[in-house]
Write a protein that binds this ligand. Structure first.
Ligand code: URP
Ligand code: ZN
Ligand code: ZN
Length: 495
């Protein structure tokens, strides 16, 4: 074996399935050896008393992206990735978001050009498809998927982004043919529109009405509809940022029926409630996100879903907008609830919050923690085993966690550019004290050790999770193999 560049010694190595007392040897940024006792390396890190975990994989964040209100996020690819790595995350998957009439190819090139000189850790892009023209689905998407942009998100709400059911079916069919993986923002658009109109007509403008205008029944209905549409086309989907039991039971039901429906939830749905929207003055605007914060019973339901495996992915949905005229108040100092930029920051606290509230409080074990924050998103988004594991040959993306370190959250200790944290004052036990990115010491002793632009754009594989179940012919007409013919992009002769 060549001389090791770096040895992480004396730690407790924990993956989504195993726990071992062993050293990790690193050569050229990759894991080269796992052994009870390794020879000295050129560099050494003593991990006595620490958990040695795969670096986090953040499957859902918005960085240097114009949001649904046209407002730019506070974080660019430098501050966003610095904040991520301080929270134990070593890979981020933000979005390359298409606007109406825009070329998807051009959008990806623009985001990649923004990220290249700034990102400190590795990154890929999910696509957001808001305008699924024939050109986009048949020309641009196939080549982008081949180049490693193998997943995309679609929206069932938001005026600028939403697809109607017919468009959803077209996009699902394209995903099936190309082997891409689809994430769905599931909320019922017309329920939201109707409630908003009624509330505004009656003078209800404060942030608290944001939650009331995004009802749980609408989240459940849209999840059910997305599942039904995906069932017709026979593609797996992942429902993102699930906030409530109504959506969760639809997902669970589909999973029980044997469908490949995956689900994601986020720290805000475990740690915050709609009461936070009621804070004095306009403070509530800090807590406007969609789906909105719910109540304590919803938090308990989501914890149940995390424990019983309904959720595979735990993401931050980091969408940081400053508490000023460049962000939350882009429409003026007293916006009504529909004008507040939607989204919360959380990329740095994502894993520490789950560690503290989940592992620390006995709700999940350490293996589930690793699976939810690292291994599962790596698998689902085509990065495993390069990311999300501690296997020989994989990237040496490693987070060393001190399970006893206690931290009181204030925005001062964080590294994003949002200017506030919704988790201000929370006590967290368990913290990533040293983080390695491809074998480079990225964070140590509270200091950033890696340079701007050191992150790489990742070429992702087709997700194995994206493989159809093969139920389509059954759903359609097995005798005529009608399903396969409908799905093919080739138009057959009349029958
Ligand atoms: O409010 C949120 N979640 N903003 C980010 C955009 C999205 O839908 O994920
Ligand atoms: Zn969304
Ligand atoms: Zn999002």
């Amino acid at each position: 074996m060549p001389e090791l560049d770096l040895v992480v010694r004396n730690g407790t190595v924990v993956t989504s399935s195993d726990r071992m007392a062993c050293d990790i040897g690193i050569v050229d940024g990759k894991i080269a050896a796992l052994s009870a006792r390794l020879d000295r390396g050129k560099q050494e890190i003593d991990a006595t008393g620490l958990y040695v975990l795969p670096g986090g994989v953040e499957g859902h964040c918005h960085i240097e992206q114009r949001g649904t209100h046209g407002v730019m996020t506070a974080d660019d690819f430098y501050t966003g990735t610095v904040s991520a790595v301080f929270g134990g995350t070593t890979t981020v998957l933000p979005f390359a978001a298409q606007g109406q009439g825009e070329s998807l190819r051009r959008v990806v090139e623009d985001y990649a050009a923004c990220a290249r000189p700034k990102a400190v850790i590795d990154y890929g892009f999910h696509l957001i498809i808001a305008d699924p023209t024939t050109q986009v689905l048949e020309q641009e998407l196939p080549s982008l998927i081949q180049e490693g942009f193998t997943s995309f998100k679609i929206y069932m709400t938001y005026d600028r982004l939403r697809l109607d059911d017919l468009q959803v079916l077209e996009v699902f069919a394209a995903a099936r043919e190309l082997g891409a993986f689809v994430m769905v923002h599931a909320e019922n658009h017309d329920m939201i529109r109707w409630l908003r109109k009624r509330l505004l007509e009656r003078g209800h403008v404060k942030p608290r009405y944001h939650a009331i205008s995004h009802p749980r029944v609408g989240e459940g209905e849209a999840a059910n509809r997305a599942i039904a549409l995906s069932r017709l086309i026979d593609i797996p989907i992942l429902i993102v940022h699930v906030s409530c039991e109504q959506a969760m039971v639809e997902i669970r039901k589909a999973q029980t029926a044997g469908l490949k429906v995956f689900a994601e939830t986020c720290p805000q749905y475990l740690c915050l409630t709609a009461k936070d929207l009621d804070r004095e003055a306009m403070e509530g605007a800090k807590f406007c996100c969609s789906p909105p914060l719910r109540d304590l019973a919803s938090q308990e339901a989501i914890w149940r879903g995390i424990r019983n495996g309904t959720f595979q992915v735990f993401s931050s949905d980091h969408a940081p907008y400053r508490f000023d005229e460049t962000g939350k108040f882009h429409a003026g100092p007293n916006p009504h609830f529909t004008q507040v930029a939607n989204g919360l920051p959380g990329i740095e606290l994502r894993a520490p919050l789950l560690f503290s509230e989940g592992v620390g409080k006995g709700r999940i074990d350490l293996h589930q923690f690793v699976a939810l924050t690292s291994t599962n998103p790596a698998k689902i988004y085509g990065l495993y085993p390069r990311k999300g594991s501690l296997a020989v040959g994989g990237d040496a993306d490693i987070a060393l966690w001190d399970p006893h370190k206690e931290v009181t959250v204030t925005h001062d200790i964080l590294h994003d550019a949002c200017g506030y944290t919704p988790y201000e004052g929370m006590r967290i036990k368990g913290w990533p004290v040293t983080v390695l990115s491809r074998g480079r010491v990225a964070v140590q002793d509270g200091q950033l050790k890696i340079a701007r632009g050191g992150g790489c754009l990742l070429k992702r594989e087709l997700s194995t999770a994206a493989r159809p179940l093969g139920v389509l012919e059954q759903e359609m007409d097995p005798a005529k193999n009608f399903g396969a013919s409908v799905l093919s992009s080739r138009v057959a002769q009349r029958t």
